[in-house]
Design a protein around this ligand. Sequence first.
Ligand code: SAM
Length: 181
Amino acid sequence: MNATIFLEIGSGSGCVSAFAGKILDTSTLYLTTDINYRACNCTRRTGSQNNVTLDAIQTSFTQALHSRLKNSVDIICFNPPYVPTVSTEVSEAQDLRGIEGSWAGGSDGMQVTNIFLSVVHELLSFNGRFYLVALKENNIPEIQSRMKTLYQLESKIVLSRRAGREHLSIVRFKRALPGLS
Ligand SMILES: C[S@@+](CC[C@H](N)C(=O)[O-])C[C@H]1O[C@@H](n2cnc3c(N)ncnc32)[C@H](O)[C@@H]1O
């Protein structure tokens, strides 16, 4: 797929974006965000060690650049903090912007993910694709039906793997064509 803008939310080590940089066009703009400044530094370093320029921005989701990216991102990836935890752990983790933010997902593990799910449709370009990592406990069928009903984003599970005790899937979303269901 040709992509002008690639965006990873919660880039952490930067491995996912650096890999994307190896398989997509060299002319693609690679943007990443993370709440953790150490993660942003690590992302930049992983990019440069793999000869991929990753523009790592420390912000929550796309807060710092949302209006400038509206309807223009061709590929969005998010491997969110999806582990079910108590709600207070999420707010603390998000406020502290530390390592706990990489796993604490609150109720159903969806508290952080849901915030981004409510805005991702504003960012996607017409043919854009959004790849989300989700755990079985996140209730993937519910996510899929909600995204279709509320934002007309249809989806497909493109990969499922078991990693230890986690059953993980990658769900790919795209705009539903009007008139087709
Ligand atoms: C499960 S880790 C994924 C790391 C990396 N993308 C990977 O796949 O290995 C989740 C990442 O999301 C970041 N994160 C958590 N809340 C965030 C938010 N509100 N905005 C941006 N990044 C966030 C964490 O700091 C962490 O780096």
